[in-house]
Ligand binder design. Structure first.
Ligand code: TNX
Length: 494
């Protein structure tokens, strides 16, 4: 049983013997991104298989010839399932003599490597350090497959985020959305507004230690993510969720006074003020600096839960924030409240709250061409508890057991929003109750692979029983990597 998660579009087991990874060499194209990919693929396969897989450049440097078993990574527009136009399409062909991974773009080669890494696990071929003879032709259901991580309530630094990126990439996610700011703290260096970090990086939930990403760390993290096929989407949450802002800069309050630090769990109480002279320059500074430091196309402005603001003022903020972000040259993403106002059709809207949403404006936006990322709280909020008395997490969106994370169809999550109106699916993990990486992993795992399969695999190819059987086969890899996970009774763990 191949046990791939997410389940590929097609996989054929071939009648052949297995491919030996010990002593195999990786070859790829000569462009810089392809060379980086080859080096990274060698590391990933070495770790997965437990034997050294090297690159041909390593061999050249030692002067050895490379007529041993070879793994070829190649760009090829004809890769992937017949007729697929997905940018992420790829094919993997394993025979006893050689392995070829082809993809239309570098992004697809990353995905092919993720497939090879799952196939390379000692249990899969039945013989340690071998690949089973298969042909995989694969492409995702959705282009945007994300995980959103809140590093504002409690801070998770570069090392933890690298582990999260490793995990997300192994399940073929391609976006890491970082919730960088909230009432409890500010987590990214903004050179034009130093007090944000000088003052407001220090706080977190319940007096926990704060922290922030320097621009150098942010740059390194983006490179690390890119090397694994993941683009970082940074979120600065405005015009609500801003107590860390007004705590640092009192001139953004009507009375000119800094607000007190906030380390509790309430939401919705803080806000910026549209009519203050200081507001627009502040937003231009912050989004300008963030855009200059960001590799990806999108900046996310939050926009959620601004409970203390009249609709008119909120609408003006949405319009202003879209303008400011577009002026930086980036594209705009926001939580779905933005579509309660007149959001531009090009703005990507992230659906999240199944309880307080106003559906008609969202449906009208969809009809005007707005596209959505689906993050329904009752399926994809991985900070929700598994069971009523689970020690971690919250339950405002309901309990989210593994089956809830798996058994749903993005096309049916919101009436009137389906098909081409949906660009993808994103899991979210909020950290009001999560402090350590082990706690974060305990909530992510095993629900993240479930959401990843929702984002990748066509509805008709999904299979809850099959998913649970495949999932069990992933435990040795999690244990090898020290990834804590929740042994939900919905799976028969061995
Ligand atoms: C809702 S999701 C929020 C967050 C909380 C989360 C807790 C969203 C856009 N807003 O501020 O952290 O619930 O589950």
């Amino acid at each position: 049983m191949h046990s791939l998660i997410p389940r590929p579009l097609s996989l054929r087991a071939e009648d052949d013997t297995t491919f030996p990874l010990a002593g195999a060499t990786l070859h790829g194209g000569s462009t810089e991104p392809e060379q980086r990919l080859v080096r990274r693929a060698a590391e990933t396969l070495t770790r997965a298989a437990g034997v050294v897989v090297s690159t041909d450049s390593t061999d050249n440097s030692t002067g050895n010839s490379t007529d041993g078993p070879t793994i070829e990574l190649r760009l090829d527009p004809n890769a992937g399932p017949a007729g697929s136009t997905s940018e992420d399409r790829y094919s993997v062909e394993v025979t006893a003599r050689g392995v070829t991974a082809r993809a239309a773009a570098v992004s697809g080669l990353h995905l092919a490597v993720a497939t090879l890494a799952q196939l390379a696990r000692p249990e899969v071929a039945g013989v340690p350090a071998h690949l089973p003879p298969v042909v995989v032709e694969d492409a995702p259901r959705y282009a945007w497959r994300g995980l959103s991580v809140d590093i504002a309530r409690n801070f998770f630094g570069p090392e933890s985020l690298q582990r999260v990126i490793d995990l997300a990439a192994s399940y073929k996610l391609n976006r890491l959305h970082l919730h960088l700011t909230d009432d409890q703290g500010w987590r990214i260096e903004i050179p034009s507004r130093p007090l944000l970090t000088d003052i407001s990086s220090k706080t977190a939930m319940n007096g926990n230690p704060g922290g922030y990403l320097t621009l150098d760390e942010y740059e390194a993290l983006q490179n690390y993510a890119e090397d694994r096929g993941i683009v970082i989407v940074p979120e600065i949450d405005v015009p609500g969720h801003v107590n860390a802002v007004t705590h640092a800069y009192g001139d953004l309050m009507p009375d000119g006074k800094e607000t007190a630090a906030y380390e509790g769990m309430e939401v919705g109480f803080s806000k910026l003020t549209y009519d203050l002279e200081t507001t627009e320059p502040f937003l231009r500074d912050v989004f300008g600096d963030l855009a200059a430091a960001t590799h990806g196309d999108y900046l996310h402005f939050g926009g959620d839960e601004v409970q203390q603001m009249k609709d008119g003022e909120f609408g003006k903020f949405v319009e202003l924030l879209e303008r400011i972000i577009l002026d930086t040259g980036k594209k705009v993403a926001a939580w779905h409240e933005a579509a309660h106002a007149d959001v531009r059709p090009e703005t990507l809207v992230q659906f999240w709250d199944t309880k307080h949403v106003q559906l008609p404006p969202l449906q009208r936006a969809a009809a005007r061409g707005t596209r959505f990322i689906m993050s329904p709280g009752d399926h994809t909020y991985l900070d929700m508890k598994y069971t009523p008395d689970y020690p971690l997490g919250q339950d405002w969106a309901g309990l989210v057991e593994l089956e809830d994370a798996y058994v749903w169809n993005p096309d049916e999550a919101v009436e009137g929003i389906s098909g081409d109106s949906i660009v993808g699916v994103e899991a979210a993990i909020w950290t009001e109750t999560l402090v350590t990486l082990d706690e974060l992993n305990d909530m992510l795992m095993p629900r993240l692979p479930a959401v990843a399969e929702v984002a990748w695999t066509r509805q008709d190819d999904k299979d809850w029983d099959g998913f649970r059987e495949r999932l069990v086969q992933h435990v040795p890899a999690w244990e090898r990597d020290g990834i804590v996970f929740h042994r939900t009774p919905q799976v028969e763990w061995e």
